[in-house]
Ligand binder design. Structure first.
Ligand code: PLP
Length: 432
């Protein structure tokens, strides 16, 4: 049996941890089978509890963009650890990372650090509401902005995988302040503004969606959102928890040349440590406590170990002028070559890709919103996932997730991946 020790560990974990995991998508519920327990990672590879190794296309859901346990990041964190883990007081390091980010990202004057993407998005809408004095927000079906109450309305991946988009525990009062529209459908957004005049504080959007699989903005969708917000005095929030420092150092704002009013970060910004952040121009950030009256706080916010891991990772990226070019090239190669192989097998598919984010949908047509992502052949994806896993390729365990490519993935790993795809036999069902 391939995953003997993982199975035993899962059984034991199940007794003490709800569902055996600390974050739902890890449980493999979507693809079936037993989640693989990992014990270490280095570069492009994960090693599981049974000592099997995998080329990693999750990369901790994005943060390990320079590869796992990069020597320079490990060294920097070790040195920092020797100075103490947390002081509950300000440090010079927090200013250093804030300054570095603000100088290298367009359109932000101040940044507040938090400990997760969820916290960043939750705080961003509070700030938007406090700033505009309005209560409603617009989000898009299939977009995920963390697990805070306001966002658990058709929230993509985790929620989509489990078929309970509206979680029990979210009050109807909260839900009614979250208005929903289809991704890439500007007319629905305009309708919402027409019917809720003067009430909408902000639109929050994944500028490239990653939580319904990778879905790209089309037909100037983002430009049009900017325009609608300007016309209606609402703020545009770019949730760049996935895209920040991944689509380029300046994220989606830079790539699409659009100014968001508030930007949220997470994942890459912490280099694998628990970090999130939100940022905006002075006028908006000055509303935040302790300077302003919109409250927000965190015991471990700006934690020195986390800041050190994040800053070192961001510096590694910044100091390598070809960083994104290589990532994008690797991803493009995977896209083209996997596409060729699937075509030669006569398997209908659609690969969506932007920068180093991609998804393989088993779909005959384009996938540009949640409905179309849901309409893919997910049981075929699950079969694909398990056959690749058995060959040492670790894909996200759901057809609603995005693959994240790291700088540590080179020709050897690409070849190994393509070989596994070549061996994929869709008539041979491994797992249900
Ligand atoms: C992962 C993610 C979040 C939530 O971040 P956590 O650190 O898991 O709380 C929010 N928004 C987007 C776009 C994400 O991908």
């Amino acid at each position: 049996m391939l995953y003997q020790r993982s199975s035993a560990l899962f059984e034991e974990a199940y007794k003490y941890i709800p569902g055996g995991v600390n974050s739902p998508v890890r449980a493999f519920k979507s693809v079936g089978g037993v989640p693989i327990f990992m014990k270490s990672a280095k570069g492009a590879y994960l090693t599981d509890a049974d000592d099997r190794t995998y080329v990693d296309y999750i990369n901790s859901w994005g943060p390990a963009i320079v590869g796992h346990a990069h020597d320079e990041v490990v060294e920097a964190v070790k040195l920092q650890a020797e100075k103490g883990f947390s002081f509950g007081a300000p440090t010079e390091l927090e200013t250093e990372i804030a300054k570095f980010i603000i100088e290298n990202v367009p359109n932000i004057d101040q940044i507040r650090m938090v400990s997760s993407g969820t916290e960043a998005c939750m705080s961003a809408i509070r700030l938007a509401r406090g700033y505009t004095g309005r209560e409603k927000i617009i989000k898009f079906e299939g977009c995920y902005h963390g697990h805070s109450d306001s966002f658990l309305i058709k929230a993509g991946s985790g929620a989509a995988t489990f078929g309970n988009p509206n979680s029990p525990g979210v009050t109807s009062g909260t839900a009614k302040d979250t208005l929903l529209a289809k991704y890439n459908d500007i007319e629905q957004v305009e309708d919402l503004f027409r019917h809720n005049q003067g009430e909408i504080a902000a639109i929050i959007v994944e500028p490239v969606a990653g939580n319904m699989g990778c879905v790209l903005p089309e037909n100037n969708f983002l430009q049009n959102l900017r325009k609608v917000c300007d016309e209606n005095g609402a703020l545009l929030i770019f949730d760049e928890v996935m895209t920040g420092f991944r689509l380029g150092f300046g994220g989606a704002q830079e790539l699409f040349n659009i100014k968001a009013d508030i930007v949220t970060y997470g994942k890459v910004i912490g280099g694998g440590m628990p970090v999130g952040a939100f940022a905006a121009r002075n006028e908006i950030m000055n509303k935040l406590s302790p300077r302003g009256d919109v409250y927000q706080a965190g015991t471990l916010s700006g934690n020195p170990l986390a800041m050190r891991a994040g800053l070192t990772t961001l510096q590694l990226i910044k100091n390598n002028p070809n960083f994104y070019e290589k990532l994008n090239k690797t991803t493009e190669t995977l896209d083209f070559e996997i596409g060729k192989i699937l075509n030669s097998k006569g398997i209908a598919h659609k690969i969506n890709r932007k920068g180093s984010m991609m998804s393989v949908f088993f779909h005959t047509n384009r996938v540009s919103n949640f409905e179309e992502a849901a309409d893919s052949n997910h049981s075929l994806f699950n079969n694909f996932f398990h056959q690749l896993l058995a060959q040492g390729i670790y894909l996200p365990p759901s057809g609603y997730e995005t693959w994240f490519i790291s700088d540590a993935i080179n020709d050897t790993e690409i070849d190994k991946t393509l070989e596994a795809v070549r061996n994929f036999d869709y008539s041979d069902k491994v797992e249900d």
